[in-house]
Design a protein around this ligand. Structure first.
Ligand code: GCU
Length: 326
């Protein structure tokens, strides 16, 4: 019977010129919130090319930049459902899902960006961050730098007292809330994509982020003063859907992992020159960059370290690991 069907099918294919269908490629969607000149976009292009060079007969990577797929919070929900396979998301937004990520919002954790970059490139750090993810439907594959977070506002901040009673947009997270309290400032938690409107409408006096936010997100239209107080260094994690990653063959998984590491190297390498360009562009927008003595800012929040470590034992191991890079 089976043989009969096969013969009929072969005859039909011969008569009607039918050919066996080629297997469709799997479309892998990557979404991020940044503009196309941002180092993260370049890194995702590297990610795409790496995978397509190795196993492009089976996978096609589509990248959606500029927050086209929604806010970071919305995209993260879609990654967990495997509707989107990869994204870059601030470690702050992962704090609720997994307590280890709070390590990065501990203020003044690193002495320099170089130490921080070495820390986030350490495979053991990534392993430690991965501990609980299987249950959480996402998995980090590498970490992108997002530089140093500094305050910027519609008025100049020249000392830590200038933060007092002022309103700033901050990222979600308990450590950040406590840091703002120690600075004497009011924290307004909101999504990255809503900050422009909040600054425009004067809901907040300022925000805190790296220099790129001034130009890429146009925050420099309203905030003409950027102060180098250097309070936090929080990476954006390249995370994948657990559902997607756990169904890959071990060989394909290795390709995705290697692509993520290559993307990280490129992102970190590109970062400094993009920051230099952003500073120039921001100056053309009328933004002044203020150098301050960081010590008084540090002193205000340093006593928090002990209580943050006591309240969240999940970050203790990572905290000790940072010492290797100081
Ligand atoms: C950084 C980071 C973003 C993040 C943002 C924020 O710029 O790259 O991914 O969302 O900070 O403050 O929300």
């Amino acid at each position: 019977m089976k043989l009969c069907r096969l013969i009929v099918l072969s005859v039909m294919m011969f008569l009607f010129g039918l050919t066996a269908p080629a297997y469709a490629k799997i479309t892998v969607t990557v979404a991020h919130t940044h503009v196309e000149t941002h180092p993260q976009h370049k890194a995702f292009l590297v990610f795409k090319n790496y995978i397509e060079n190795e196993i492009g007969d089976r996978y096609e990577i589509q990248i959606y930049p500029n927050g086209l797929s929604g806010s970071n919070e919305q995209v993260f929900s879609l990654v967990k459902l495997n509707s989107i396979q990869f994204m870059a998301i601030s470690a702050s937004l992962l704090e609720n899902a997994s307590k280890q990520y709070s390590i990065f919002s501990v203020p003044y954790l690193f002495r320099s960006e170089e130490s921080y970059e070495k820390f986030i490139s350490d495979p053991e750090v990534l392993e430690e961050l991965r501990v609980q993810e299987k249950k959480k439907n996402f998995r980090p594959l590498s970490a992108f730098t997002a530089g140093t977070r500094n305050f910027y506002a519609c008025y100049p901040i020249r000392s830590v007292d200038d933060l007092k009673d002022r309103n700033f947009r901050v990222q979600l997270g308990r450590n950040t809330g406590l840091m703002m309290e120690a600075f004497g400032a009011n924290d307004y938690v909101m999504s990255f994509k809503d900050v422009y409107q909040a600054l425009k409408r004067g809901v907040v006096d300022g925000a805190e982020n790296n220099e790129l936010a001034l130009v890429d997100q146009k925050h420099g239209e309203f905030c003409k003063y950027y102060t180098y107080d250097r309070h936090q260094m929080i990476p954006d994690m390249l995370v994948g859907s657990e559902e997607f990653l756990s169904h890959l063959s071990p060989e394909d998984y290795e390709v995705f992992k290697a692509a993520a590491m290559e993307a990280q190297r490129v992102e970190i390498r590109e970062w400094k020159s993009r920051v230099q360009k952003a500073i120039k562009q921001a100056e053309e927008m009328g933004v002044s960059f203020i150098k301050v003595d960081v010590e008084p800012f540090r002193k205000k929040v340093l006593p928090l370290h002990d209580s943050l470590l006591n309240d969240n034992p999940a970050i203790r191991k990572l905290y000790v690991m940072t010492l290797k890079y100081q």
